[in-house]
Design a protein around this ligand. Sequence first.
Ligand SMILES: Nc1ncnc2c1ncn2[C@@H]1O[C@H](COP(=O)(O)OP(=O)(O)OP(=O)(O)O)[C@@H](O)[C@H]1O
Ligand SMILES: [Mg+2]
Length: 233
Amino acid sequence: MNAVDSILSCRELVKTFPSGDRTIEVLTGVDFRLNRGESVSIRGESGSGKTTLLSVLAGLEEPDSGALLWSGEDAFAMSSDTMARTRGGFIGLVFQSFYLIPELNAFENVLISRRMLGSLNRGYRERARMLLDRVGLTERLNHLPSQLSGGERQRVALARALMNGPRVVLADEPTGNLDETTGNNVIDTLLRLCREDGVSLVLVTHNQEHAARTDRQMLLHSGHLEKMRESTL
Ligand SMILES: Nc1ncnc2c1ncn2[C@@H]1O[C@H](COP(=O)(O)OP(=O)(O)OP(=O)(O)O)[C@@H](O)[C@H]1O
Ligand SMILES: [Mg+2]
């Protein structure tokens, strides 16, 4: 694979956090390349730095050193305004706890990510409706998050993540708060949407079966990413 195939990549990412008079070294040199349309899972022990890594890849957390490229562009060289705008159109985020806005219904929760990028025209409303249709929530447009099941809330969050037509979705334990069957349905939907739209996916999960459904399985261990060995699968 050459650089042209890579939609997001990082080199030698180092991230530390101060802890009293000590420093915790969470990422000690992460090298990673995500290809166009590819899905990659990341597993690793609790506290190994998976959420920290996704936050850096999303440009939400600045590393101590190392480089991050979004479509070949140096993300941390951008002004914060440019970075926020670029992120909004380039990356879709999905979290364990959904993070829907409680006062907004399902339709408005999907539309909100577009509103943050600027104007809302009729086309965007149709796109939000179409995405909710694709995640199987045609009948739930007007429901508030409190009126939706956990799986339905996460499917709203999937539609929201895809609203701006991102090239990459970063999902941090998207099934962590769901029972097994509901979680499997959410993963089915996530993989299907990304495949249909040619969107690359990084899936952080503790679930071996979910990890096995991605194109490539990685392990975050001792601060860096390794290919998952057969013996640990
Ligand atoms: N803002 C912060 N300040 C200080 N330490 C932090 C901060 N964020 C994370 N850490 C520490 O960094 C380490 C990695 O945390 P992180 O949340 O990335 O782990 P994780 O692999 O996502 O774990 P889990 O599987 O439990 O979600 C932990 O030791 C955590 O305490
Ligand atoms: Mg985490």
